[in-house]
Ligand binder design. Sequence first.
Ligand code: GLN
Length: 484
Amino acid sequence: MHNKTIAELSAGLKDKQFSSEELTRAFIERAKQFDPKLNSFITLTEDLALEQARQADQRIQAGDNTPLTGIPIAQKDIFCTKDVKTSCGSKMLDNFYSPYDAAVVEQLNNTGMVLLGKTNMDEFAMGSSNETSFYGPVKNPWDLNTVPGGSSGGSAAAVAARIAPIATGTDTGGSIRQPAALCGITGMKPTYGRVSRYGMIAFASSLDQAGPLAQSAEDAAMLLNAMAGFDTRDSTSTELAVPDYQSTLNADINGLKIGIPKEYFGDGLDAGVQSAIEEALKEYEKLGAQLVDIELPNSALSVPTYYVVAPAECSSNLSRFDGVRFGYRCENPLDLEDLYKRSRGEGFGPEVKRRIMIGAYALSAGYYDAYYIKAQKIRRLISEDFKEAFKKVDVIMGPTTPTTAFNIGEKTDDPITMYLSDVYTIAVNLAGLPGMSIPAGFSENKPVGLQLIGNYFEEAKLLNVAHQYQLNTDWHRQIPGEFK
Ligand code: GLN
């Protein structure tokens, strides 16, 4: 069962080929067998999963089911789950049990999905390799010496190894698309505002967005159907009807105009990645698409802009972790100041501290205009570049990442090089656009991801364009040898 997409599992449940309980047991067994190699889960929720599976079977029996009822899912440990630990990959929240469910969790529970567990992630979603987690690094199932990408590395590795048939992630600067690319799976970051951020632990609130990490575009469409929607509890959530993302997957893409940004094919792009991407673009031409050269002139400014905006917002968001209200508290504080200093000093890891310090600096009097205001102005220019491009083309394509999965430890001493892993993904968050990564072949036996960028709220088009490629290729069907 583990090598089936959720679309196939859903059909199997409907036809009573297996029950949700059988399906759930099969994935729990796989998690027990394989996860010690990968470290993709922080918490496995075996008992809860079996209980939810039995309830799902009753719903299916009673005909009160949705296409997702009874399908197991792994949730990134950034989503608050009532009664199940929510650590956000941090010692700071190692003892945190949320009193409520995040909107995404609530919505997926309502459909009758089964929670397999909470996946490992970079601490507070800050990272590109899953090495900043308090719970240790996650391994890439394609090569256990390499990183799965981050920050949703646990979710991506679990889906790639078919320990979970599907998972959730969040993407602030690339954290769904980059690990999807490095692990050879399909990931989507929806338009900012499409999915509620209520109950999703905030990193950089103007950039954070949740989305699916899946085996295929069809599966991502099924999950997005249940994740998307307006929520009054998130003031940036958009009041816009949610289309049925599955119903347009088969639309004809003949005549589709694909923008190829020259800035995404310059220095720093690995030759093996480039040739896989070029092959994928040829496949699209065979499907009737037309490639159009475009320019995104401010691309080079996206990483520096992000590393002002994201730390500024995180320094504010993370000020709530003070050792008083919830989370980690140091032992025997001498006084209030000592309590703050030591709780934060001991509870946060080095990358989180680095970001908080950069952010506090950029926001401080005297530097605010020079850094934060300037970054916001450049952010606007980056959005304008995309606006211009979408006057000429329907979607934009290029590599998701400049290289394939790198070795564990290879970039940990060099934050700037690490930050450059997101050089092609970050601008999409700054502009608030939807983006996807789909498997597009291999370079030296490591997966390569093709990035698709769409105009605002055009998730349906991206999923359609991705699905048409997947009908004609089988990269998304590949499973790493040890996990077949
Ligand atoms: N790698 C980027 C960072 O470290 C993006 C992370 C994310 O999207 N959550 O901030």
